[in-house]
Design a protein around this ligand. Structure first.
Ligand SMILES: [Zn+2]
Length: 306
């Protein structure tokens, strides 16, 4: 009887010791996490809009103490005529770096620079040869729609971030290299599929595709609707219809972000088919999103231009 009791007591003790060891371990882990999250070395990168967020996320992902935040909602799309809000300014106040596309996309930069003098600016489009804009716009800012330019933007983000934040430079370089490799792969696939198509004339919505077209030798024969809110007039629609008939264009490319009504009107009158081509201005907030979008664009173009 007595022996049994001792055995029982011993078991209970063992369980208590094991339990307290487990708790101690958990406790340690929690403390460690909390320290690193609130540590003084947190480096916050804010991006202006979707395609720049995806590029910067690839350069700065999985680095302890570095976070990437997008200033605008992912559904905002392009920032033409965007007015910066007090909420945006608050986001920027808490950041060390603001990564922008440049090339005239962020027209609000003057007020940001004058109000936040310590904020470092990374300009992703630096050095990219710009295509002239249409109408009042001096340059076309949609450089990232070309994969080669997207690669340059990643290189620019990496080198400028490394200069501002040298302590994470190794990691930025490693990430950028891996991402650029993926971008080069999809670019090769697109060249393989598009270089030898005979039908090079395309008609698109929104002035987002000149850089993409230039890269793959496609000819933008017409732009149906330039920006949200600027519906083509009956006269403009008529001219586009004539143009498509004259050129014998078989495919129209609308964007997922824009109403397809005008393209459908044209399609009905010309017999051309309507496809969706994505300029990567909105989408999932995932590192691979741009590659996924371009892979889908490739499938669409293969189908449309065959
Ligand atoms: Zn745009």
């Amino acid at each position: 009887m007595k022996r049994l009791n001792i055995k029982k007591a011993f078991s209970v003790c063992l369980v208590i010791v094991l339990l307290s060891m487990l708790t101690a371990c958990n406790g340690n882990t929690l403390t460690k996490d909390a320290t690193s999250k609130e540590g003084a070395n947190k480096f916050t990168i804010v991006t202006s809009f979707y395609p720049i967020y995806i590029a910067a996320l690839n350069v700065a992902k999985d680095i302890e103490g570095v976070e990437v935040i997008n200033m605008t909602e992912p559904i905002t799309g392009c920032l033409h005529d965007y007015t910066i809000s007090p909420k945006d300014m608050k986001t920027l106040e808490d950041a060390q770096v603001f990564v922008i596309n440049g090339a005239g996309m962020e027209s609000f930069m003057e007020s940001v620079i004058s109000q936040l003098k310590d904020l470092k600016i990374v300009e992703a489009s630096k050095g990219i040869e710009l295509i002239e804009g249409d109408g009042e716009i001096e340059n076309n800012p949609h450089v990232w729609v070309s994969i080669s330019n997207a690669i340059t933007e990643v290189q620019n983000i990496e080198s400028q971030l490394s200069a501002i934040d040298p302590s994470h430079s190794e990691a930025y370089k490693k990430n950028a290299k891996a991402y650029i490799q993926k971008l080069e792969e999809i670019r090769s696939k697109m060249h393989e599929a598009l270089d030898n198509v005979s039908q090079k004339d395309i008609v698109t919505f929104h002035e987002a595709f000149p850089y993409f077209a230039k890269e793959f030798n496609l000819n933008i024969a017409g732009v149906v609707e330039r920006e949200p809110g600027s519906e083509p007039s009956a006269k403009e629609l008529g001219e586009t219809v004539d143009q498509i008939k004259t050129l014998g264009i078989k495919a129209l490319f609308a964007e997922p972000q824009y109403p397809k009504r005008a393209a459908e009107v044209i399609a009905n009158e010309t017999g051309a088919k309507v496809y969706t081509l994505d300029p990567a201005v909105t989408g999932p907030m995932e590192a691979d999103a741009y590659i996924q979008i371009m892979t889908k664009n490739l499938e669409v173009l293969k189908e449309a231009l065959k």
